[in-house]
Design a protein around this ligand. Structure first.
Ligand code: FES
Length: 159
């Protein structure tokens, strides 16, 4: 694929496949957006790198399968975000149920995910063009940097 053709299609070269596999987690900034590329069990994923909840760095999060979905667990407060869609999963009980049985529920898509493609051993990311506000947008860009610092400071105060 020609370089011009790639950029016209919104594809950003992020690295050689072998290198990204070796790294497993790679941080990249694309069009002012900080994203995390994850290689897990033979599949590449890409998502906003700061957790929607309070800007936690997802790159150090463990990956676990929850309710049949692979999730990254934010190291900060352990929120569980699906790798494929950025849905936040939580365990809850329905008090009307007798006896209440804990089940996994989804809060919906909270973390913006992006598309990863491969061409000739090279990996490309196309940023999500979903026009709707997704909560992880909050911690992106210049304003996001300030908000992340604030979240960090208030955490220190309360701990
Ligand atoms: S910042 Fe990720 S769970 Fe709170």
């Amino acid at each position: 694929m020609e370089e011009n053709e790639q950029s016209a299609r919104g594809l950003h070269f992020v690295g050689k496949k072998d290198e990204l596999i070796e790294a497993k987690r790679s941080f990249r900034t694309i069009e002012d957006r900080d994203i995390l590329i994850i290689y897990h069990q033979g599949v590449f994923y890409a998502m906003d790198s700061y957790c929607y909840h309070a800007g936690g760095m997802l790159n150090n999060g463990d990956i676990e399968e929850i309710n049949g979905k692979l999730c990254i667990i934010c190291p900060k407060h352990k929120y569980k975000l699906t790798l494929a869609k950025g849905e936040c999963l939580y365990k809850g009980t329905n008090p009307k149920e007798k006896p209440p049985v804990p089940r996994w529920y989804s809060k919906g898509v909270k973390q913006r995910t992006h598309t990863v493609t491969e061409n000739n051993g090279e990996i490309y990311v196309k940023l999500s063009d979903d026009p709707d506000w997704i909560e992880s947008d909050y911690y992106q860009g210049e304003k996001g940097k300030i908000e992340r610092a604030k979240a960090e400071a208030s955490e220190k105060e309360t701990s």
